[in-house]
Write a protein that binds this ligand. Structure first.
Ligand code: FES
Length: 130
């Protein structure tokens, strides 16, 4: 298990237990199907968004806007079994997705989904390019 420690500002002291709990991420499974239909089991960091976990992989999540909900290059199709476990979709996200030719009822912007332990094992497919 890998732990990622985030910076604690300019403090020189070690983090308190509360800071540790808030800023430590853990690995959990993301089942990713790339645009060629190849499935990959990826160890993702909880505490980050799905987009942040996916963009460094070479599966096609560009995340051009960095999570500002302006580009839709983080578009994924989520396995329908997982949809009700996700945070509710904001109207802005739905508006952006509905403008895409690749929109499906299970479309989500991966930048709008915090990856948590409760989502370990989530299955998604990188949406086709526009
Ligand atoms: S990264 Fe641009 S909309 Fe998600």
């Amino acid at each position: 298990m890998r732990l990622d420690y985030l910076p604690f500002g300019r403090q020189n002291a070690p983090p308190t237990a509360g800071q540790f709990a808030e800023t430590t991420s853990f690995m959990a499974l993301i089942r990713v199907t790339d645009r060629d239909g190849v499935e990959h089991d990826v160890q993702g960091n909880t505490g980050f968004t799905l987009m942040e976990n996916l963009r460094d992989l070479d599966y096609g999540v560009a995340a051009v806007c960095g999570g500002m909900m302006a580009c839709a290059t983080c578009h994924v199709w989520v396995d329908p079994q997982w949809l009700d476990k996700l945070p509710a979709q904001q109207s802005d996200e739905l508006d952006l997705l509905r403008d895409l030719s690749t929109y499906r009822p299970n479309s989500r912007l991966s930048c709008q989904i915090k990856f948590t332990d409760a989502l370990s094992g989530i299955a998604l497919r990188i949406a086709d390019d526009e």
